[in-house]
Design a protein around this ligand. Structure first.
Ligand code: SF4
Length: 380
């Protein structure tokens, strides 16, 4: 049977997926691919006595290789892909002045919330799947083929800061051709436990690099891990797609920080974009109710259910609502972004290659089949 652990919010009963991952790693004839969400790399160090916000990307990769995963990839690659699709969708809707404001859709707790509470607004969230689901689809339908591995022999494991991603991976529409995008989700804390169970001395590990091509990413992708980051990444790409000119600065400071509701006006050519960011579902409700009343002036809104966004996720090392811990993790995320030479999703060479060799255009037919989803009214 499966063990259960009570989730930190007390609202959910969390299924322990560690035994499933051990079994997958032992199964003969399977290629087990793991991907890691952006917020994990600035928090997992805390489980090994490090300060919150310590960037441990290289040790994390090394630990995953030691655990026996065949390929260690980065959800950040798929965050860049999400931005390609979402920026394209945002621009189309703004051009047609239709289904605005566009709402980000990478947080499954938030998606479930609007399906329950705002079923009259199901046409405004972005149709983009969340990054780890896009990653699963690309891994099984592009990478597997490239490597000559049958889809059914590939197992995709997601390491997430999030408890809700376990439920998300089971949504029946998140598949293609009868093949589930993601097979198993484990949290940051569960990975920490696996590393300890395996007797790996995390602190002593040498840094290793993600595998390629699904391990390449940009500064725009890593900021997905903190509140405001998705919309900032989308703005970096949408602004350049709209004007055709290179941005003078990619830092949109107005959307950053830990205030529960933030807004910004961003000038893009002749266009003034009104942007809002919310974290916490109470703040989301305020915004959704004003949209329902027809009073919203926004073009695009980012919403994350957890305090601080995914850095404060329910699967992370416990932060007990301590804002200083969230600030330190956010600082770690922005430090990674600043250290990247490439800080815009559309400049990720592996993403450019994926479109050139496989997907075609953002918003194209194959993208729609593999990378987009739909939403349903759910009874209360
Ligand atoms: Fe999961 Fe929280 Fe991030 Fe939403 S904000 S994706 S619930 S960790």
């Amino acid at each position: 049977g499966q063990c259960v652990a009570v989730c930190p919010t007390g609202a959910l009963v969390e299924v322990d997926n560690v035994p499933k991952v051990w079994r997958a790693l032992e199964e003969k004839g399977k290629t087990v691919v793991v991907q890691v969400a952006p917020a994990v790399r600035v928090a997992i160090g805390e489980l090994f006595g490090m300060e919150p916000g310590t960037v441990v990307t290289g040790k994390l990769v090394s630990a995953l290789k030691n655990l026996g995963f065949d390929y260690v990839f980065d959800t950040d690659f798929a965050a860049d892909l999400t931005i390609m699709e979402e920026a394209h969708e945002m621009i189309e809707r703004i051009k047609e002045n239709k289904n605005l404001p566009i709402l980000t859709s990478c947080c499954p707790a938030w998606v479930k919330f609007f399906e329950h509470q705002f079923p009259d607004l199901l046409d405004i969230p972005s149709t983009c799947k969340s990054p780890h689901e896009m990653f699963g689809a690309v891994t099984k339908h592009y990478f597997a083929q490239k490597m000559g591995i049958p889809e059914k022999d590939m197992i995709v494991v997601s390491v997430m800061p999030c408890v809700a991603k376990k439920y998300e991976a089971e949504r029946p529409e998140l598949e293609f051709g009868g093949v589930k995008d993601v097979d198993i989700v484990i949290t940051t804390r569960e990975l920490g436990r696996m590393i300890k169970e395996a007797g790996i001395n995390f602190n002593m590990l040498d840094d290793e690099e993600y595998d390629n091509p699904l391990g390449e990413s940009t500064g725009a992708a890593v900021i997905f891990g903190t509140t405001g980051g998705v919309i900032e990444a989308a703005l970096r790409t949408a602004a350049e797609m709209i004007t055709g000119n290179e941005l003078e600065s990619v830092d949109f400071h107005a959307v950053r920080g830990l205030a529960g509701l933030r807004e910004a006006q961003v000038q893009v050519g002749d266009l003034t974009l009104n942007i809002a960011v919310a974290h916490g579902l109470g703040n989301a409700r305020t915004l959704l109710e004003s949209i329902r009343r027809g009073e919203s002036k926004y073009h695009a809104i980012e919403i994350m259910a957890c305090p601080g966004g995914c850095i404060g996720g329910g699967g992370q090392p416990y932060h007990h609502g301590n804002l200083e811990i969230l600030r330190q993790r956010a600082a770690g995320i922005y430090a990674i972004d600043e250290n990247f030479t490439i800080r815009k999703s559309h400049e990720n060479p592996a993403i450019q290659e994926l479109y050139a060799k496989f997907l075609g255009e953002p918003g194209g037919e194959l993208s729609h089949k593999l990378l987009h989803t739909s939403y349903f009214e759910r009874k209360k």
